[in-house]
Ligand binder design. Structure first.
Ligand SMILES: *Cc1c(COP(=O)(O)O)cnc(C)c1O
Length: 475
């Protein structure tokens, strides 16, 4: 299997060659040259464990790592021990248990990993793949990132204790919840470095950009990233669409719908790919919060990314995005994998701030991709969290509430709807208190996490200071 760039100007590469990098050299995103067709394998795959299913799917996309090694990585990644933070009564060995709220209406629990958000599903695999490939090549990598919560902690929990990898994670001092701070700063592995910057998230982000733009420093200290455009993350996410399908159906003739709380379009991109591989998904439901760039596109055919200043701060913060970094992968398929057309569309975003498909052949093709969309507001989240708690005694988080609200608007009679649960309520205590007047349920083991000793270096939002810190810790 070879990987090609959506912009069409970079040489095709194998999996291990694109694993550690970010964008392709031509500025595009990598995608497999074709999607393997697996409709004939569903029967055989239906009874597999999560790790076995992951192995089957990964083997189609990774052809430059020996199968026995891929299998060992899958077995080490998807264990009941790592995904043990599930609801009482659920089987952790399912990795992504299905909770039925009513007939043909389910939650797929993707947030039972160490940071209680679905980013663990892919990031844990990435940690093991990175360690393996770096070992093979005798290289090291220093991951530099900025976080306002979910991604940074998922990266740290995935890379903790890994050989040949260090993580330098910048966060805005005092801006994360006490729980999020405790989650990240309580790690004391020698390869994890938390840096709290006196400033806002954007200041932290700007420092990461400045360091990454210093080519000499970047090369000398082997600086890398684990951002959401990484192909391996999307690939890992394809697996749970299959697992969720098997859990919600009895035969492979049945169709389902998935509802996906969306930000950077990574999660739903994996659903799109699962469908292209032959999984019988009748429709994908894309849910946004008040940051509704993607809802606008699927309703109107106009894609108009916003500036970060226009991005609203909401109570489902992991969906507060202004432009969807994985969206380009979907558009590449939408334009029939014509890199020239794709480049022209992104050109019009660069020049005029948007592209507009209305009246084009692509717009008529869009319906065939069967993605419908909707948006949700803070008031919707409160009402949905309340309703699900009162009717089903199930507590959901704010992002899952967005997905559930929009899912209800797009149900079809007799078609099972699977809402992806992307985080646990425990992470968003403030909104849970507002909705329910009580504290969120928290996994027992994490009850006193705020009292653990914390390890964090605090510094000014200064590029030089961060560089000096990295240099001093990369002996
Ligand atoms: C990252 C995240 C999302 C959005 O996922 P994308 O892949 O960026 O679309 C939704 N919910 C939670 C809890 C997240 O952490």
């Amino acid at each position: 299997m070879q990987y090609i760039s959506t912009r069409g100007q970079a040489p095709a590469q194998s999996f291990s060659d694109i694993l550690l990098g970010g964008l392709a050299p031509d500025g595009g995103l990598y995608l497999p040259e074709s999607y393997p067709q697996v409709a004939g394998k569903l029967e055989e795959w239906r009874g597999l464990s999560y790790a076995e299913l992951t192995f089957e799917i990964l083997s189609l996309y990774i052809t430059d790592i020996p199968p026995a090694d891929i299998r060992a990585i899958c077995d080490a990644t998807y264990t009941a021990q790592t995904y043990r933070w599930c609801r009482p009564g659920r089987n952790a060995a399912d990795i992504v248990p299905l909770t039925s709220l009513e007939a043909d209406f389910h939650l797929l629990e993707l947030s039972n990993g160490p940071t209680l958000a679905f980013k663990d599903m892919a990031m844990q695999l990435l940690g093991n793949l990175f360690e393996y490939v770096l070992e093979q090549r005798g290289e090291t990598l220093n991951i530099l990132g900025a976080t306002s919560g979910d991604t940074g902690s998922a990266a740290e929990y995935a890379m903790r204790g890994k050989h040949r990898v260090r993580v330098f994670m910048l966060s805005p001092e005092g801006r994360m919840s006490a729980f999020q701070r405790a989650q990240m700063y309580s790690l004391d592995e020698p390869n994890i470095f938390n840096i709290a910057v006196r400033g806002m998230f954007d200041d932290a982000q700007d420092i990461v950009k400045a360091v990454s733009n210093d080519a000499a420093f970047k090369a000398r200290y082997k600086i890398g990233a684990v951002n959401s455009i990484n192909w391996a993350r999307v690939m890992a996410q394809v697996v749970y669409y299959f697992k969720g399908y098997f859990a919600a159906t009895r035969t492979n003739d049945e169709e389902v719908a998935f509802s996906v709380p969306s930000g950077n379009f990574g999660n739903i991109c994996a659903g799109h790919i699962a469908r292209r591989m032959g999984l019988p998904i009748r429709r994908l439901v894309l849910a946004t919060n008040e940051n509704d760039v993607l809802d606008e596109f699927f309703k109107s055919g106009v894609y108009r990314p916003r500036s970060s200043a226009e991005t609203k701060v909401t109570s489902s913060p992991s969906m507060d995005i202004s432009k969807a970094s994985n969206f380009e992968r979907f558009v590449f398929d939408l334009v029939g994998r014509d890199a020239g057309k794709l480049c022209a569309l992104w050109q019009s975003v660069d020049v005029g701030g948007a592209f507009d498909l209305r009246g084009s052949a692509e717009f008529s093709r869009l319906a065939g991709f069967a993605i419908v969309s909707g948006r949700s507001t803070h008031a919707d989240r409160l009402a949905t969290i309340r309703e699900v708690w009162q009717r089903h005694q199930v507590m959901i988080d704010t992002h899952t509430a967005d997905g559930l609200k929009v899912a209800r608007e797009h149900r079809l009679p007799g078609l099972p709807m699977i809402v992806l649960e992307t985080a646990q309520a425990a992470k968003f205590a403030e909104t849970i208190r507002e909705a329910l007047g009580r504290e969120p349920v928290r996994p027992k083991e994490l009850e006193n996490i705020e009292e653990l000793p914390q390890h964090v270096a605090v510094m000014d939002a200064d590029v030089g200071a961060v560089k000096a810190f990295i240099a001093a810790h990369c002996g």
